[in-house]
Design a protein around this ligand. Structure first.
Ligand code: 6PG
Length: 251
């Protein structure tokens, strides 16, 4: 079921399994579109647990064979400040679910250096983006697809409520100290996400029902609900959610 929203479109899936399937179909269709148009497909991946099912689907037939992996470039929307082999690493999760199972050239995998000093890592990743996309000083990278999740507190990527990164207007990448979690993270900024051609949120489970309703139907309070910052300036926004997560939207 699809519904028009003030921010993007909503696709409600039966369960997490169908969510992963529909997300994989979107990924493959966009890959075919952008590879045909530009010769490459540039994606900023989400961390967390929800996208794990999508990555596993992409690593399996028929999707594995449909994607021209040599033309796909993978980036990360955010990363925990841990080494890539740490259980909490977003890169490590994608490596286990996808990278070890598809023929993507290592040079096409642009991970955030979570093992480094956070401030230095943010500067380094901004340089990676500037170099790869050939950006002028104040230009933003235009990802073909950004994948995002939604935290129960309304955060997305590592844009957490009440943090100053929410108001970042110039930097593409920021190191953030998430006091309530006692961790440091790296995150792309809202301006980068909003410059993408396609943004897809993946939201699953009844624990997300209340926050999803607030984000999509509640009043605009982006400091409290940072996911509300995501409104692509020219791109498409799609929410792929399961019925459990949508239970407070469609009664
Ligand atoms: C991360 C993600 C984060 C995640 C949400 C939802 O690094 O964890 O960037 O924003 O998408 O916290 O996480 P789940 O999918 O595990 O519910």
């Amino acid at each position: 079921m699809e519904r028009e929203l003030r921010r993007g479109e909503l696709l409600i899936c039966r369960d997490a399994e169908e969510l992963a399937l529909r997300a994989a179909m979107c990924f493959v269709e966009l890959a075919e579109e952008f590879i045909a148009r530009n010769g490459r497909f540039c994606v900023a991946l989400s961390g967390g647990s929800t996208p794990r099912g999508l990555y596993a689907r992409l690593a399996s037939p028929p999707f594995r064979e449909r994607v021209i992996w040599s033309k796909v470039h993978l980036f990360w929307g955010d990363e925990r400040c841990v080494p890539p082999d740490h259980p909490e690493s977003n890169y490590g999760m994608v490596e286990r679910e996808l990278l070890t199972k598809v023929p993507i050239p290592p040079a096409n995998v642009h991970r955030m250096p979570g093992e480094k000093d956070p401030e230095e890592a943010a500067v380094e990743y901004a340089h990676t983006l500037r170099t790869f996309f050939g950006l002028a000083a104040c230009e933003l990278p235009a990802f073909d697809l950004v994948l995002l999740g939604l935290g129960e507190d309304g955060h997305t990527a590592s844009l957490f409520p009440g943090t100053d990164v929410l108001h970042e207007r110039t930097e593409m990448v920021r190191a953030v100290s998430v006091e309530k979690l006692g961790v440091s993270r790296l995150t792309l900024t809202a301006a980068v996400f909003n410059h993408a051609a396609n943004v897809i949120f993946l939201v699953s489970g009844e624990r997300k029902a209340a926050v999803l309703r607030e984000v999509l139907l509640g009043e605009e309070q982006p400091d409290r609900l940072p996911a509300q910052l995501i409104a692509p300036t020219r791109g498409q926004l799609l929410w792929i959610v399961d019925r459990d997560a949508a239970r407070e939207i469609v009664r």
